[in-house]
Write a protein of this length. Structure first.
Length: 255
């Protein structure tokens, strides 16, 4: 495992912490690829809730610019075949995912934060596209998340102007789920993550698959019916129904 990351078990929650605070948690390409390997591991895929956060006062400020050589590397190959698959793997991860953002979430860091199922941030976190200043194109899925969550007009505004959004602003316009004061971020993240991890994991994974694409109404109805049969016959489904009948709080085991 790369020393740029740490996997930490916090009760039923698995935390993936980016640990390069001296560079605002920017990452070298090889470190990004190590992250992709971690996301493919059984430990991560089987988590009841995965939290991604950055050590120190930053989430992830993107790729380490000190190693970028526009004339000597193929940006198309790197983004399409090396960086893109990492974000695709996170976006499609079976486990419920939550990103907790302090400081900058830019470039690859922006994609990493928004590829999670939910994003919570400190009020003073930073989201946006700094690519205008370096004459480059927003990447790491930024266009997708901006357009799908904010609409084409707002996406164009953020890219063309290079305006940065605070965590508070990002939550207000619906780019992320929630913003809280910086000194409350850890507490609120733990509260949400433990709520998710204590839930019916198999049902949550079904929901992730249903929400993974823009489906027709009929396709959604069909998937809901299929998964409902599977999940209610499983251990957590049986526990949930038994607890309801017995008027007690269910104890889900994540199966």
């Amino acid at each position: 495992m790369s020393d740029a990351f740490r996997l930490i078990d916090e009760g039923p929650v698995l935390v993936l912490e980016i640990d390069r605070p001296q560079t605002k948690n920017s990452l070298k390409l090889t470190e990004m690829e190590a992250l992709g390997e971690m996301l493919a591991s059984e430990r991560v895929r089987d988590a009841r809730c995965l939290v991604i956060r950055g050590a120190g006062d930053s989430f992830c400020s993107g790729r380490d610019v000190r190693e970028i050589n526009p004339e000597g590397e193929d940006a198309h190959e790197i983004l399409l075949n090396r960086i893109g698959p990492i974000l695709q793997r996170l976006y499609a991860l079976p486990a419920p995912t939550l990103s907790a953002v302090r400081g900058p979430a830019l470039g690859f860091g922006l994609g990493l934060a928004l590829a999670c199922d939910m994003t919570i941030a400190s009020d003073d976190a930073i989201f946006g596209s700094p690519f205008r200043r370096i004459g480059a194109v927003l990447d790491s899925g930024g266009h997708y998340f901006f357009q799908h969550r904010l609409g084409r007009h707002r996406a164009a505004e953020l890219v063309f102007t290079g305006r940065m959004l605070s965590g508070r602003e990002a939550a207000a316009i619906g780019l992320i789920n929630e913003a809280v004061p910086a000194d409350k971020l850890s507490e609120r993240t733990a509260e949400l993550a433990n709520l998710i991890a204590s839930g019916p994991t198999a049902a949550f994974r079904a929901t992730k698959d249903i929400l993974s694409e823009d489906r027709s109404f009929n396709d959604v109805l069909a998937l809901e019916a299929r998964y409902q049969k599977e999940v209610t016959r499983g251990p957590d489904g049986q526990e949930g129904l038994a607890a309801f009948r017995e008027r007690r709080k269910p104890v889900f085991r994540g199966r």
